[in-house]
Write a protein that binds this ligand. Structure first.
Ligand code: PEP
Ligand code: MN
Length: 361
């Protein structure tokens, strides 16, 4: 269905695509200074957001059209090709007119089939077709992601790829957007040949974590990376916490390069990383369960109820054991798992009660 990664402009001869640049184009100086340093570090594709979809009004929404000229200046001066996000027909037309080589559809836009179709129609009627990358929608919905890719493909785009930027979450997580690696892995299985790159900046939300997730993505066989880099991250007008400096990016690239060929068993490595990821997710889910257990503990204390309620425990056990055996887990395993979970929940309820008493005493 798809042509290969090499058709995406900026792909290196070793078959990987690296896009880097600031979250947002803020001023000509910031754009040019960042671009010069990135070009010197060997980056070939420069990204910068021109129009920024902000979660709430009042945030920095991008400078709009004037920034397209800065991207043209980057291209003219450094020879890097350019990439930006488009969310409407007008954005697409303006970006193409300004000579932007790669456009991407952001996570909020790819979640909206009307918006994606509008962009697809606009692409179909342009004479100079850009390469297009489609970010996953904010929700962990593979079908919606595939649907967005399909709309762009149906518009005649063959220089097409996907960006995995993680998924919104509710509750505590060490990631800004947890990766749920099984989803991009399934995307690659379903759309064989589709280039898929990873966005560790939006997955982690934290500059310190970018390198390790970038490493993980490359080890898992992603076709490249898109990384936010700002000349002075602490002064960035958007996504300040997750941007790295061009020097940090250079170090990250150097670290990735020699290790690329060292994985002697990519399949096993890939499987192990998936297991690690699932274990991380399991632990986060267990932590969420314990935090609810503590709330239940507080409720019971307030209402003079005992921590252990045998009826509730017995119903819970038999219902969960059936649910577990129905999906192929052994009864013995289910009993041990539920007993351990219950014991730990009780411990949290009791410990929390002790803390409360210590605070009030
Ligand atoms: C971005 O790349 O700056 C951006 C807004 O990303 P996302 O659509 O993944 O949130
Ligand atoms: Mn950003």
């Amino acid at each position: 269905m798809f042509t290969d990664l090499q058709t995406i402009p900026g792909t290196a001869d070793n078959g990987s695509l690296l896009i880097a640049g600031p979250c947002s184009a803020e001023s000509r100086d910031q754009v040019m200074a960042t671009a010069r340093r990135l070009a010197a570090a060997g980056v070939r594709v420069f990204r910068a957001g021109v129009w920024k979809p902000r979660t709430r009004p009042g945030g920095f929404e991008g400078v709009g059209l004037p920034a397209l000229q800065w991207l043209a200046d980057v291209k003219a001066e450094t020879g890097m090709i350019t990439a930006t996000e488009v969310a409407t027909r007008d954005h697409l037309e303006a970006a193409v007119d300004a000579g932007v080589d790669i456009v991407w559809i952001g996570a909020r836009t790819s979640a909206n089939p009307f918006a994606v179709q509008e962009i697809a129609d606009a692409i179909a009627s342009t004479s100079e077709q850009p390469a297009v990358l489609v970010k996953n929608p904010v929700s962990p919905d593979l079908e919606l992601w595939i649907g967005a890719l399909q709309r762009i493909y149906d518009a005649g785009v063959r220089r097409l790829g996907a960006i995995h930027r993680g998924f919104s979450t509710y509750g505590e997580s060490k990631y800004r957007n947890p990766p749920h690696w099984s989803i991009p892995i399934e995307l690659r299985r379903r759309l064989a040949g589709l280039p898929v790159i990873c966005d560790p900046s939006h997955i982690t939300g934290h500059a310190d974590m970018v390198a390790s997730v970038a490493r993980q993505a490359i080890d898992m066989g992603f076709d490249g990376l898109i990384i936010e880099s700002h000349i002075e991250p602490c002064r960035a007008l958007s996504d300040s916490a997750q941007q790295i400096t061009p020097d940090q990016l250079k170090a990250l690239m150097a670290d990735l390069a020699p290790r690329r060929g060292c994985v002697d068993s990519p399949t096993l490595d890939d499987l192990r990383r998936r297991i690690d990821e699932i274990d991380d997710e399991l632990l986060e889910v267990v932590a969420r369960r314990m935090s609810i257990a503590r709330e239940i503990g507080a409720y019971k204390r307030l209402n003079g109820m005992a921590v252990i309620q045998p009826d509730r425990y017995n119903t819970l056990m038999s219902r969960r054991i059936t649910a577990g055996t129905d999906i192929g887990l052994s009864e013995n395993f289910m009993r041990q798992l539920l007993a351990a979970l219950h014991e730990e929940s009780v411990r949290h309820q009791i410990e929390d009660g002790k803390n409360d008493r210590e605070i009030t005493e």
